[in-house]
Structure formats: C-alpha cells, structure tokens
Design a protein around this ligand. Structure first.
Ligand code: NA7
Length: 891
C-alpha cells in the first residue's frame, strides 16, 4: 500500500474543529464501514467515518504478518452490491493475500470517493447518548467531537488483539511482534532464532514463511488446530464458471445459504456411507482446498452430531500423520479436544510439512506450559529456550472486544454497555441493544458474522440498517430502540440455535474462552446466514417487531414481541413445508395420505444402525399383525418397549417411525417392538385400541422368544400411537395384564373435545391442523363412541395405572389434552413427569436427525424409560448441552 494513499487531508483539516454535526457516524473503515459510507451517502445522510488506522482496510490494514490471507475464496469474498465494481476488479488468486485485499479496499474507497468523509488516525474515546437531543456525542483522541443521530459500529469482529497474558513480556530484550499489529516496514528474520506463540489461523499461516527465513523457529503450541491445505493458485474453473454462468443467481444463492457461500445442503448422513465412501469424500475435499466445502459438504451430520464429526476428525488426523514424519510431533499436532469445525479450522500452505524441517521445533505447552518470558527467551516448566524474536499470534478479544473494551459507551439513563454486557453480549439480532437507542452494530455478536462469509453478512447488515434509516426518515421517526422482550427472545433463540451445532463443545474465541475472565457463551448466531436474513426481513414485515420507534411529530410505534418462538430447526421444517404449498392432507383421502407419507418418509435421513432389525407377525385382536423389532447392539436380554406409531389411526405402519425407534433403541439399550395395528376407515374404533392391547399382551408373553427380559414391558407411542399406548395401559389394568412398568406418551390424543386453548392457538400453520384432527376422528370413531375411554383415555379411570412420562409440544393442537392427561394421572396418584417442549411442534421428536433440537427431549424420554425399567440414565458425549426440563407433577 503506497503511503501516498494513507491519510486523507480531510482527516487533518478537521482536527480540533468544533463539534461536527452529522446524521450518522460510523466507526471503522474496513469492509463494513466503506460500504456503509457509500450507502449512507447515496441515501442522502450526512456521514463521517472515524478510523484509528492511517488508511482504509480494517482488519486487513492491521494483519500484515507474513502469509496473511483470506480463507474464503476471492470469488466469494468481495462486494456484490455493484455489478460494475465486480467487473472492474480482477483477483489474481483463489485466496487473496492481505496486500491484494488491502489494494482492493483502497480501490473501492477511490472508486466511490470515500476517503473525503473518513477521519483517519481518529480513535473514539467515549460515546454518550443524549436523550433530550436524541443524539450520540462522540469524543475522540484528537479532541474533536462529533454529534450524530445514529452511531454505527463497523468495528469488525477480530480487531481488538488480546494481551498475551504471559509474565515478563516487557523483560524480553529481543524483538517482539504481534500478528494483529504487524509493522508496516519489513521485518527481517533471516539468521535469527524466532519463537511463534499461538497456532490459530495467524500462526498457521505465518509459521511456514517465518521458518523459511529464520535460523531456527520454535513454535509454542497450546491447542493444536485442524488445518487443511489451501491449494492456492488460480480460482477454480468450476466455481468461476458457476459464477459467470449466472452471476446474479450465484450471489442470491450465497445470500440464502447457510455460510454465505453457495453450496447445497448435504443430505447423505455419515452412517449411510461406507468407510471407503467417507474416505473418498475427504480425499476429494482435501484436494479442493476449500474451507466452506470441507466444513459443510462431506456429510449432513458432520457439524451437528458428535459421532458424525468424530469420523471426519479421525480422517483428518490420519492426514496429519501422513505428512508429519516424527510420530511424536504428529501426535502433538493432532487435535483431540474439540470437534472439527467447532474451533475455527485453518487453511494452510505447507503448515504440517514445515515440522519436517530440521530447523523447526514444536513445544507442546500442554506438557510444558510457559512460565514466563525472560530477557533472553521463553521459560517453560521444563527448560529455557533463548530466542532473538518473539511473535505473538495469540489472537483477539473477539466479537465484543472492539465494541465494548475500546471505549465506554453510555446509553439511555447512563447505562454503560460494559455493565449491560458484563455476563455476555445481549443484543437484538446482533444489530442493536436495548437501552442504547440509535446504536447499530455491523456483524455484532448475535449475528452470523464470523461463522459466515463476512462479505455477505456485512452487505446484509449494511443494507438492513440503511434501509431502516431511510424508512424512519420517511415516517418521521428519529429514534429506534430494541425492546427488552425482543432482546430476551433473541437470547433464547440464540441459545436454542447453539444446541444445534457442536460449537458449544469447544473452548474457543467463538465462546469467549480465549480471554481470561470473559463471559462464556456461543457469541455468533449459529442458525445460518439464509435463515438469519429471513428473520431480519420478518422483523420489518411485522411492523418492526421488537423495536420502539419514536419521533417528534408522529405517534410512537412499538410492535413488541419475540421474532422467533419456534426452535430454529422446527422453523426451517415448517418454512420448507409451507414452500411446498401442499394441499390439506385431509383432501388427499386415506390412500392418498398414505402414499404421500410414504413418499415424504422416503426422503428423510435414514435411521441409525442398531444391533438388529427383525420383521415378523404377531396375533392381533382379529388376525395377524406385522411388527418390526429393533434390538440394541449390546448383549441381551433387554427390557422391551412396545411401540405404537403415529398417523391419526389412519396411516403409517410398523416402519413409519423407524428413525425414532432406532434412536430410542440406541439411547435406552432396549428392544423396541413397533406394532403395525390396523387403520381406519377400513377398521374403525375400537380396532386400533384392541390391536394395541392384544399385541402388547402377546409381546409380554413372548418376551423370552424375542430376546427380551422377562417381567413387565413398557409401552410408548406418538400421537394416535400415544393414544393407543395410554389406552393399552388402562385395558391391561382392567383385563388382568400384561404387567406394564411405564408408559411414554409423546403428543398423545387423550380426549375428544376440540375446545382447549391449544386447538385454537395452533389450529393451522404447524402441520397437524385442527381440520386434519377432525378428519382423523371422523374416519376412526363415530360421535357416539368418542367418550369411550378406549379412544378418550382422559375420560377413563386413571387410578392404578403405570408411571408415565408425558411429552407435549408448545405448538401442537394436542398440547393441552396431553397436559390434561398428565395432570389427571398425577391427581389419580400415578407417578408422572411432564415435558412441555418449548418451541416444538407435533412432529418434532420423531423427525430424528432433522429436528436436531429434539435430541434433549429424546434423552429425557430415554431416561424415563430406563427409570421405568429400574436402570440408571445413560449419557453420551454431545448430550452436555441438554438441560433437564421435565417436571414431576405432584398428586
Ligand atoms: P486464534 O485463532 O485465537 O489463535 C490464537 C492462538 O494463540 C491459539 O493457538 C491460542 O491457543 C494461542 N494462545 C493465546 N494465548 C496464549 C497464551 N497465553 N499462551 C499460549 N498460547 C496462547 O487467533 P488468530 O489470530 O490465529 O486467528 C483469529 C481468526 O482470524 C481466525 O480464526 C480467522 O477467522 C481469522 P488456545 O487455542 O487458546 O489454546
């Protein structure tokens, strides 16, 4: 970057001047700040950008260390707001170097004449909201002050380097460099003994190049990281062709994708693939050198399931062993403490091979932690290593550092942002904070930001914010503030999203774990770029849901509420179903419904492997019934659960709930026998109930033949199957057996009235509709029979029934009759626990590996079944995020 381009004259001219009055002040002249300024100007807002550095570039201005590159491909990591700009700039490589990205940002600043409104070398020292004037007052290091209506932090997520937290740094007599603040002048390392501390992206990118220059390089590694070869070179022809074939569509797909790069959602799950297939997929990804590809495209469960992830991590560790010749060094470089992708993986050029050089040594800080830095080098628990240069590649106070720690921000009523965020960042949409009117953050904590292609996320945020400012101006509003309700709702949604991915299982800068004393929690939004965009759009289309808007001459507007109350994956499923524009199921007729369900189920992820699956027939109440038995892989005999599938007494069979039965078989270590009871309208009430009872009796009597434990069985069922399970318990009590030790009722039908609140609140929009339930009832049971306890178990005698676990879902028409049944059981002295699953819908728990957030509910169901069988709970890795939510109901 030529120094002539550094520092505009405007910045000097305004020093010491009176308070500058602008509509909008922006902090930061990186990717976000530049685009903001461009859009604000075009929209007619007077604006100023305040930038601490001497030129534009943001993170790319500061991070000049050897090897610094972007690890999103250049065809994706660029502005897309102006097709002319896209044509005017040619990237030279697949992954751009820091100098090239800086040149690009300088080019953009020149093209749109942005520098004249940027004050360089200007650091904000305080920002204070003036409620009376409805303006922010900014103090700066130069003494100049700025008054603005809107204050926008475009400060970047990784711009506040974290101190090294090692004693004695100032005692060191040699040279010290920080990768995040690398000098502009050439750093000469030739012939010197160099130490690099840190093996994140900055360390991994710089280590091979430093090794080439230094007389000896010693790398101090605390946590090994996964690194994948970048295979840098020309942009890949297939991706370029895809972009050029339809640029607008490519960009649009990126905007609605999960990570901001247009790759499809992977559908094959790890357990469907053979070892050889998985290996081949990894080899292909390894050869591609594409971070987003390897993070998303190998198999569908790689980022959400511990076992699916472990298969991939094992293969990558194999690659490390293949490259690094010394087995001890290879072992030290192999990560074992976090799932692949949960900590930011890196792209490298010759990183692992660098450790084969005779002049490179790895010090494993897990075995010999650093005690201190001395005058001559670095002292560990085991030795002192003398060096001439220390490079700290120790990372950043990510996401909140630049917003919170850099200057005090004082909002409405004198509230300090540091206090408000003392226990972790609280935001609405990662864009705003309650109590801080007219303050916006670009890619703030609570937005996809660092888990996405930043270029896409920045443009989305900038567009959203500037469009809102324009709309406010048109409507006469002068202040906007998120409500506490909306912000709390977003925190809940963030927490729900965080259970989806494996980020919660790693201590990383995503979670604040790299900074001692920092509040812990997954800071970026893990729900994906496309879903996030649709949520932001919905906020607008719902009259700025969750925002209070005020202005001097207009009535206050506040549509308060939470933007997402569904679990994130439930929302995706329901949106997908809505997009399919299906006719009402009941209009398909019984056979049409059965065909539709068979087709729908054919496209779902395959159920997980269990020890054995056996199909057979058993005698029902009136002829043979098919069954499917799922046996655990562990040695038997196992306790037996008799299972009844859902389907409104009309459709489904012993295989319909295959993924659920497999999952529960694995979690409980029990045999599940799924019964193919007969259906309406061919077989109306009480056929299903009588079949259920007869099947349970036969299974209990033949437990030994089935490989099960002798003694009581358990029953379980979902929806209409839950109804059959509940009825079976009543019949077994009244007809002298079989003995049943517990009942698991998942969203059961328990009663024939349709006037409970949940029937109204959730009448439509959540797949199981009120009119579909009417249809099911009509096909199965004539009105005269409906109060019979064999179809409305809530109306039966409940004393003396087996202990129960009743699951209800918030967005289910059947919710309240499930709750009523649990309460009635408790009142009748039956031990009962009830789980009301927040944000879930009727099908949440049986859509295994689709509704990932259903895991916690299934863990609790499995615990309940094990309790019924007198067994302790079982936990597997990955269940840590699961919070017990069921409640024991008192009689
Ligand atoms: P990172 O990824 O936070 O890496 C920092 C590295 O420094 C990491 O290996 C840390 O180990 C290590 N570290 C930090 N503090 C210490 C101390 N006190 N002692 C020893 N080792 C330490 O930062 P980067 O700059 O590499 O990359 C940041 C992001 O920029 C990157 O993810 C890309 O998105 C671009 P730890 O893992 O904490 O044990």
């Amino acid at each position: 970057m030529p120094e002539a381009m550094v520092a505009s004259s405007a910045s000097e001219a305004t020093r010491g001047a009176a308070t500058q009055q602008v509509d909008v002040a922006v902090v930061g002249a990186g990717f976000a700040g530049l685009y903001l300024l461009h859009r604000l100007r075009k929209a007619g807002f007077t604006s100023v950008v305040l930038e601490e550095a001497a030129d534009v570039g943001g993170t790319w201005y500061w991070n000049r260390y050897p090897g610094a590159r972007c690890d999103i491909q250049t065809i994706d990591y660029a502005y897309t707001f102006d097709p002319e700009l896209e044509r005017a700039w040619q990237w030279s490589e697949k992954y751009a170097t820091q100098p090239e990205i800086l040149r690009y940002l300088g080019f953009v600043a020149d093209r749109y004449d942005l520098r004249r409104d940027i004050r360089f070398r200007t650091r904000i020292t305080a920002a204070t909201w003036d409620q009376t004037a409805e303006r922010w007052l900014l103090a700066t290091n130069s003494g100049a002050t700025v008054s603005c209506r809107y204050y926008i932090m475009a400060t970047g997520c990784l711009s506040s380097p974290k101190p090294p937290e090692i004693d004695g740094v100032s005692d060191f007599k040699g040279e010290v460099y920080f990768t995040g603040r690398w000098p502009h002048e050439e750093v000469k390392l030739a012939g010197k003994r160099v130490a690099v501390i840190g093996t994140g992206s900055s360390g991994i990118q710089s280590i091979p190049l430093i090794a080439e220059q230094a007389a000896h390089l010693t790398v101090f590694q605390r946590t090994p990281n996964f690194a994948l070869p970048a295979h840098n070179g020309p942009a890949p022809a297939d991706r370029v062709a895809l972009l050029e074939s339809d640029r607008a569509s490519y960009r649009e797909q990126a905007r609605w994708s999960l990570a901001g790069v247009p790759w499809p959602q992977q559908t094959a799950v790890s357990w469907q693939l053979s070892d050889a297939e998985r290996r081949q997929r990894l080899d292909e990804a390894w050869a591609k050198g594409d971070l987003v590809y390897i993070l998303t495209q190998l198999w569908a469960d790689q980022a959400v399931d511990v076992d699916g992830n472990a298969l991939l991590a094992d293969l990558i560790r194999e690659k490390i062993r293949e490259t690094v010749k010394d087995p001890e060094t290879a072992a030290a470089l192999s990560p074992h403490d976090h799932p692949f992708g949960a900590k930011r993986p890196c792209l490298d050029t010759s990183y692992y091979a660098t450790y084969n050089r005779p002049d490179v040594t790895l010090v494993n800080l897990r075995q010999e932690p650093i005690r201190s830095i001395t005058a001559s080098g670095i002292k560990t628990d085991k030795r002192t290593l003398d060096v001439d240069v220390i490079v700290f590649a120790t990372g950043f106070d990510a996401m909140t550092g630049a917003i919170m720690a850099v200057h005090p921000i004082t909002g409405r009523g004198g509230k300090s942002l540091s206090d408000v965020w003392a226990n972790g960042p609280q935001t609405y949409l990662g864009l705003t904070v309650a109590g801080f009117p007219n303050l916006f953050m670009i890619t703030g904590p609570g937005s996809p930001s660092v888990l996405s292609n930043m270029a896409v996320s920045i443009e989305q945020h900038v567009d959203w914010v500037v469009d809102r400012l324009i709309a406010m101006r048109e409507a006469g509003f002068t202040a906007i503030e998120a409500t506490e309700t909306a912000q709390a709702g977003w925190a809940q949604h963030m927490a729900d999203c965080a259970t989806l991915t494996l980020h919660r299982l790693a201590n990383t800068w995503y979670t604040g774990a790299n900074v001692p004393g920092k509040a812990q929690g997954v800071m970026p939004y893990t729900g994906g770029v496309g879903p996030y965009r649709s949520i932001c759009n919905e906020v607008v289309s719902h009259d700025m849901l969750g925002f209070k808007l005020t202005g001097p001459n207009v009535a206050e507007q506040c549509n308060d509420g939470e933007i997402v109350r569904l679990q994130p994956d439930v929302r995706l499923v329901l949106n997908m179903l809505a997009d399919m524009k299906l006719p009402p199921i009941e209009s398909l007729g019984a056979q049409g419904t059965r065909d539709f369900v068979a087709e729908f189920n054919a496209s779902r992820p395959a159920g997980r492997p269990v020890g054995e699956v056996v199909d057979g027939t058993l005698p029902g109440s009136d002829g043979p019934l098919p069954y499917r038995l799922y046996r655990p892989a562990t040695p038997g005999p196992h306790p037996i659960v008799v299972y009844f599938h859902g389907g409104g007494w009309v459709f489904g069979d012993q295989q319909t709930d295959d993924p659920f039965c497999r999952d529960m078989c694995r979690r409980t270590g029990m045999i599940f026998v799924s019964v193919g009871y007969r259906h309406a309208p061919e077989h109306r009430f009480p056929t299903a109930a009588e079949d259920g009872y007869a099947a349970t009796r036969w299974i209990a009597e033949h437990a030994a033949d089935l490989g099960g434990k002798l003694g009581p069985v358990m029953v379980a069922g979902w929806s209409a199957g839950g109804n059959i399970a509940a009825v079976t318990c009543q019949l077994a009590r009244d007809r002298g057996g079989p003995q049943i030790s517990g009942q698991l009722l998942v969203c059961p039908v328990t009663d024939c009235t349709f006037d409970r609140t949940s029937y109204n609140d959730n009448a439509t929009g959540y797949f199981l509709t009120r009119s579909l339930m009417y249809w099911f009832w009509d096909l199965y049971c004539s009105p005269a029979d409906r109060t019979d306890p064999r179809v409305s178990p809530l109306r039966g005698k409940l004393e003396g029934l087996p202990q129960a676990f009743v699951v209800t879902c918030e967005f289910d028409p059947l919710r309240d009759e499930g709750v009523a049944y649990a309460e009635a059981l408790a009142a009748a002295g039956v031990p009962v626990e009830q789980l009301n699953a927040r944000g879930h819908f009727h099908s949440s728990f049986t859509m295994v590996d689709v509704v990932i957030t259903g895991v916690s509910g299934r863990v609790q169901m499995a615990d309940a079944l094990r309790r019924f069988a007198g067994l302790p709970p079982e936990r597997k890795e990955g269940d840590e995020g699961v919070r017990p939510r069921s409640v024991r109901l008192a009689a």
